[in-house]
Design a protein around this ligand. Structure first.
Ligand SMILES: *Cc1c(COP(=O)(O)O)cnc(C)c1O
Length: 368
């Protein structure tokens, strides 16, 4: 692809649509889809991703923080947006920008309820989150009576959905735990249904939960990583297409003699004559220092070039001793899910972290 930028993350919207349709093909016709586009759509440029998914009639979006939802609204997104982790001063922006908060604690319930009452707002949509084992956010089964009484004590709030989050849906050895979460969740919703005389949306699965537990789709599924091409398991990932590809260019080539070193703190000392290539991408761009000292690699003219010494803030030096290459040649950091997963294993992390780490300094080029 021709580009005026030497370093860029290419975002393939056709691959996104393929992934959306694949996930949809795993659902019953009337199951809703919520697309998780928090953290810049996992590093992939949230506005472009959201616009494309809105064209596909996605039912819901979710972001982590209200500010992310505000940006989507400002870019013209009209689909409902669930804010997964609203903070105590977010009620105003939720109202102004039509963002629907996850209410996960009595503190948040009181803040949002009082704000709506104070501003004479009725039936403001909220989503109730239940903790079924992650122990991160949410109410417990034992909170239900109190919680529903407080919601019903005024007309301020309306329950749009009741949801929970799976702990280990990609891990088949935790199947019993996951099934336990699902049955706890069923008990929670059936108790709430007895107290509430209108319908609300039920949802518990993320991408892996959706793929591995079709019995747990309820009314809606939530998918983040799957939209970007990752099924957390080869069997699923093979069916998905890669959305984000990170490219850069060799800016300079050096030849080290035996005993010479490269990079800060002499991170690599040449054992023999070594050809190095400098690339304009460093830890400020999202290649963490854990990539250094040979732990990870980029691809130059079809061959792996391992990182030499320490990753710098703005640059990285790689070993091109056995690779035919010139200054100006393209470098592929990754252009497939397989490479991202291989790098993730090498540096002790997961695809989610590698993708979301790509900083906003890297230009996004969206292709459709
Ligand atoms: C991030 C997140 C998701 C998306 O999970 P994936 O594994 O990326 O599909 C779903 N639900 C909640 C509550 C989340 O925080």
């Amino acid at each position: 692809m021709e580009s005026t930028h030497t370093t860029y993350l290419k975002i393939d919207l056709n691959a996104l649509v393929h992934n959306f349709n694949f996930i949809k093909s795993q659902l019953k016709n009337d199951t809703k889809i919520l697309a998780v586009i928090k953290a810049f759509a996992y590093g992939h440029e949230a506005n472009a991703i959201a616009k494309k998914l809105q064209e596909q009639n996605v039912d819901y979006f979710a972001v982590a923080y209200a500010q992310e939802g505000v940006k989507l609204r400002e870019s013209g997104i009209t689909t409902p947006i669930l804010v997964l982790h609203p903070q105590r001063n977010d009620a105003k922006s939720c109202v102004e920008y039509k963002l629907e908060p996850n209410i996960y604690s009595f503190t948040m319930l009181e803040i949002f309820r009082n704000y709506m009452i104070g501003n004479q707002i009725e039936n403001f949509p909220i989503h109730l989150k239940f903790n079924t084992g992650l122990n991160r956010l949410g109410f417990k089964y034992a909170d239900i009576d109190d919680l529903i009484n407080q919601v019903k004590s005024s007309k301020a709030l309306k329950i749009k959905s009741v949801f929970s989050h799976l702990v280990a849906s990609e891990d088949h050895s935790e199947r019993a735990f996951t099934l336990g979460q699902i049955s706890q969740y069923e008990k929670i919703v059936s108790k709430i249904e007895k107290h509430i005389d209108y319908k609300f949306i039920k949802h518990i699965t993320n991408t892996s939960g959706t793929l591995n537990y079709p019995e747990a789709h309820f009314d809606m599924i939530r998918t983040g990583i799957g939209l970007y091409g990752y099924g957390n398991e080869d069997k699923w990932t093979q069916q998905l297409k890669n959305v984000g590809s990170l490219y850069t260019t060799i800016t300079q080539i050096h030849t080290l003699q035996k005993g010479e070193s490269v990079g800060y703190n002499r991170g690599y000392v040449a054992k023999k004559e070594t050809k190095t290539a400098t690339i304009p991408l460093g830890h400020a761009d999202g290649l963490p220092r854990t990539w250094g000292k040979g732990k990870s690699f980029v691809s130059v003219n079809g061959k792996k070039a391992h990182v030499l010494g320490n990753v710098c803030m703005d640059m990285t030096m790689v070993d091109v001793t056995n690779i035919e290459c010139n200054e100006g040649d393209q470098v592929i950091v990754f252009d497939s899910q397989k490479t991202v997963e291989e790098i993730a294993v090498n540096v002790g992390t997961i695809s989610y972290e590698l993708l979301t780490a790509i900083s906003q300094r890297v230009v996004r080029i969206v292709v459709d």
